[in-house]
Structures are given as C-alpha cells and as structure tokens.
Design a protein around this ligand. Structure first.
Ligand code: ADP
Ligand code: MG
Length: 320
C-alpha cells in the first residue's frame, strides 16, 4: 500500500503548488474564514497551511491520514491508476513522499498532533494551537528521485504556488488569505467583495487600466475585469478564469477571450483578465481531475457568445 500511495502521490501532487492547492481546498471545505500560508524554498523545503476551520478530532486525524488507495485498486491494476480520481487521498499521498505534520483542534476541545514521515508514523501527542488545522509538509519528494527530477527551481516552484493561491483567493473573496515566502509577506488580503479582491490581487497587473465587466446573456452571467493587451511573457498566467466560483483552465474560455480582442491582439501582447462565469448548475459539468480542471458546457456557443459579446461591448464602450 505504500507503493500505491506513492503512485497516487504522483497523480495528486506533482509539485509544491499542487500539494498547496489540495491543502487550501481542504481548509475551504472545512469552513475556514482565514487561511495563512507559509513557504520556504519555493515550497520544496516547506509548505504550511493554517486555517481557522472546523478542525478534526484525533480519531478523524488518524482516519484522514490512514486512508489507503489499496481498497480502490485490484492487485494488478497499477497501470490503470490514472483512471482513479484519488479523491480522499491527498493527505496520505503527500505523507508518503514527505514529512507531513497535521495539527488540529476542534472548538471546545484540546489540540492534537500527528506526524507522518514518508508513510511511517513519526510522532503523536497533544499540541497547542487555536481552533482549526495546520498542515506542514517538509522536504516534498526529497527521497523520491524519480519525482524530484521534474521539479524546477525554487523560484519557479514559488511562482506556481503564488499562482495557485491567487486563483483560490479570487474564487473565495469572503475568506482572508496571507502568504509568506522565506519570511517575507507576499500576499495579504482581508475578506471583501469579488471586485475588491480582484483589484487587490491584480493591482500591479491592471494598474488603473482595468475595464469592468458585468453582463447577462441567455441566463448566463459574466463579471470581472480585463485590461487592454499588455506586454507579458506568458498568456495563461495572467488569465484567471472561474466557472461558478471554481478556478478553471479551459480552452473554450481562453479561445473566446482571444476572439473578443480580435485586432487588438498583437504578438506577445495579451490581456490580463479575471473573468467569472455563472451558469445554472445543470448547464455545466466541472470535472475536477487532480491535475487539471476541465469544463463541459451543455451549450458552448452560448458561453462563447456571452464572453465575446460581453467583452466587445465593454471594450467598445472604453473606446477600443
Ligand atoms: P478529501 O478532501 O478528498 O476528502 P483529503 O485527503 O484531502 O481528502 O482529506 C481527507 C479528510 O481529512 C477530509 O475529508 C477532511 O475530513 C479531513 N481534513 C483534511 N484537511 C482538513 C482541514 N484543513 N480541516 C478539517 N478537516 C480536514
Ligand atoms: Mg482534499
């Protein structure tokens, strides 16, 4: 089962940013109103997430860490491992390829700590912490050379972590987020409304040139903010796209965004955009694979029309 956990770890966690995303999503699932993140060495040395959510009892902590993928897999199906979602396996998977310390305290109860070092119980006992949960991941893939060789420099691993935090912080403006990297604060946002949150996180990118978007078409709602095409290296890294408050990376949405800008797009110039699409639940299937987020719309043409139409109208109105 240790082998299977390690295979699962490769699926769920390919780099510090993917571990961080899983941990933040757990905090949000636990009803956290504040999420504090600490990283060292781009997350390769340390990823730590502290929340003020529901917390777990010691028994729930053990369960969360001991769940194994084994029960889901026939003995000889290791090649088929990618067909399994590995929901419910994030913590044991991470704990199999790092040292993971889980501290948690429910309201009105005492705190407890369990540390797992590469799949083995390393420490267990009382812990002093405020109500909520803290997960510390140290030395991710240190002892897994096959995985370690795919990791990039601390600088690019940090960039990926920051990107993951920004996307989740835009999706949940009602939650406070702070991010500290190597002892320096790189992000700190208080609960707010959506536009305030986006403005706070993209103040540098948007400067004062943001164009607000708010339109409804065919029962679909588009809000957010875009810029004129500006110089920047990558394209995807300045485009923050959400469907029903979930961060997504989706071809249809990116294509529609491009189409909306038609003649305005020149080589190496792309818009900065934070776009929130709200569609009735039955109109969309958000299939969350651990590594990527795919969206299937029942009526893709309507979604494309919403984005192209909404953005063109806003750009026209802004004089472009
Ligand atoms: P999943 O989120 O898919 O259930 P995980 O391995 O990520 O699987 O987490 C396992 C379980 O541990 C969760 O279902 C939840 O009960 C508990 N858990 C994990 N993180 C937290 C947290 N930050 N606060 C409270 N409970 C948590
Ligand atoms: Mg989870």
């Amino acid at each position: 089962s240790e082998l299977i956990n390690r295979i699962a770890a490769g699926e769920v966690v390919e780099r510090p940013a993917s571990a961080l995303k899983e941990l933040i999503e757990n905090s949000l699932d636990a009803g956290a109103k504040a999420v504090a993140i600490r990283l060292s060495g781009g997350g390769l040395e340390l990823v730590e997430v502290t929340d003020d959510g529901s917390g777990m009892s010691p028994a729930e902590m053990k369960l969360a860490l001991e769940r194994h993928a084994t029960s889901k897999l026939p003995d000889d199906a290791i090649e088929d491992v990618s067909s399994f979602g590995f929901r419910g396996e994030a913590l044991p998977s991470i704990a199999s390829v790092a040292r993971l310390t889980l501290e948690s305290r429910e309201r009105g109860a005492d705190g407890w700590r369990v540390a797992i070092d590469h799949g083995q119980l390393a420490e267990e006992g009382p812990a002093a912490l405020p109500p909520g949960t803290r997960v510390r991941v140290e030395g991710l893939f240190d002892k897994v050379p096959a995985r370690r060789k795919f990791l990039r420099s601390p600088r690019s691993e940090y960039a990926a972590c920051l990107d993951a935090v920004k996307r989740l912080a835009m999706a949940r403006p009602d939650v406070a987020f702070s991010l500290d990297h190597d002892g320096r604060c790189s992000l700190n946002v208080q609960p707010s409304d959506g536009p305030t949150r986006v403005a706070a996180l993209l103040s540098h990118e948007l400067d004062r040139h943001g164009i607000g978007i708010d339109c409804i078409r065919d029962g679909l709602h588009l809000t957010g903010v875009v810029s004129l095409p500006t110089f920047n290296r990558g394209m995807a890294d300045q485009q923050f796209l959400f469907v029903n408050s979930r961060p997504v990376k989706d071809r249809l949405l990116v294509g529609a965004l491009r189409a909306a800008y038609r003649d305005l797009l020149a080589r190496d110039r792309h818009p900065v955009a934070a776009l929130f699409v709200e569609v009735p639940a039955g109109e969309v299937d958000i299939n969350v694979h651990p590594a990527k987020t795919e969206v299937r719309f029942r009526d893709p043409a309507a979604v494309r029309g919403l984005i192209v139409g909404g953005l063109r109208a806003a750009l026209d109105e802004a004089g472009h």
